[in-house]
Design a protein around this ligand. Structure first.
Ligand SMILES: *Cc1c(COP(=O)(O)O)cnc(C)c1O
Length: 244
């Protein structure tokens, strides 16, 4: 092959755009879903924009992305104001009860609910704001110190019961982050366990089809998560590039 002219070399060395990355991620989601015999429409892509500027979110929005995830309320609020209308925001990171006031009306969904105290704080604020907030219970059944999440089955049942007693909160499902050191087999087993847990909670608590979400899968493992039933994948790096 002939060496590329300098101008072409310049073009080919350019980093792929956010729109390119999004298209590639959407293709991979569709492929993983089809391989698992699932409809790609069952999987919501959440573009995790933490540490990235509002301009990056605006580019993704212009490329058709609708749902964005942030892990810190404080950082997100400025972006929510700065981005053109049309984005829906999910909180995917740990939330302290004393910050609950800033969530309703800004975020549609919280993936990181992990205590009855936080549920009650969100209930109070959502009711005051006159909105309903979707919540997913974050699991941490291995008790990893570095993350939030419910650590045992008794805590999980008690928290779900609390949410069911909160009329301004809608329980939507479960969220998990597997140990990053897991092999593919271990990661998939973990995802499958969480799916089983969603199904058994649904039966035990008599929950309807709205309790369906499995928020699991990030840039490096979303294909495995989709194979194991993920309905929401939270993808940052593969869309926006590496974080500092
Ligand atoms: C940062 C983050 C993600 C996205 O991780 P990537 O590896 O960049 O795709 C997903 N979920 C949570 C909770 C995060 O904090």
């Amino acid at each position: 092959m002939e060496p590329l002219a300098p101008a072409h070399r310049g073009v080919s060395a350019m980093a792929p755009s956010i729109a390119d990355n999004l298209a590639a991620v959407r293709d991979s989601i569709a492929e993983a879903a089809q391989a698992a015999g699932r409809d790609p429409q069952e999987v919501t892509l959440i573009a995790v924009s933490k540490t990235k500027p509002a301009a990056a979110v605006a580019q993704a929005l212009a490329a058709g992305q609708r749902v964005f995830g942030e892990n810190r309320v404080q950082e997100a609020l400025g972006k929510i104001e700065a981005v053109p209308p049309g984005a829906e925001w999910h909180l995917v990171g740990h939330l302290q009860s004393n910050k609950a006031r800033q969530v309703p009306g800004k975020f549609s969904t919280v993936h990181s609910l992990d205590s009855p105290r936080l549920a009650l704080a969100l209930q109070k604020q959502a009711a005051q704001a006159g909105v309903n907030l979707g919540v997913l219970i974050q699991l941490n059944l291995k008790g990893e110190a570095s993350k939030g999440g419910v650590r045992d089955m008794a805590g999980l049942g008690a928290l779900l019961q609390t949410v069911l007693d909160c009329p301004a909160l809608s329980p939507r499902g479960l969220m998990t982050l597997p140990d990053p050191g897991y092999s593919e087999a271990e990661t998939r087993r973990h995802f499958a366990e969480v799916r089983g847990l969603r199904d058994s909670l649904r039966a035990e608590f008599g929950l309807g089809p709205a309790f369906c979400e499995l928020s699991m899968g990030m840039s490096h493992d979303f294909a495995w998560a989709i194979a194991e039933g993920a309905t929401m994948v939270r993808i940052g790096t593969a869309i926006f590039g590496a974080r500092p």
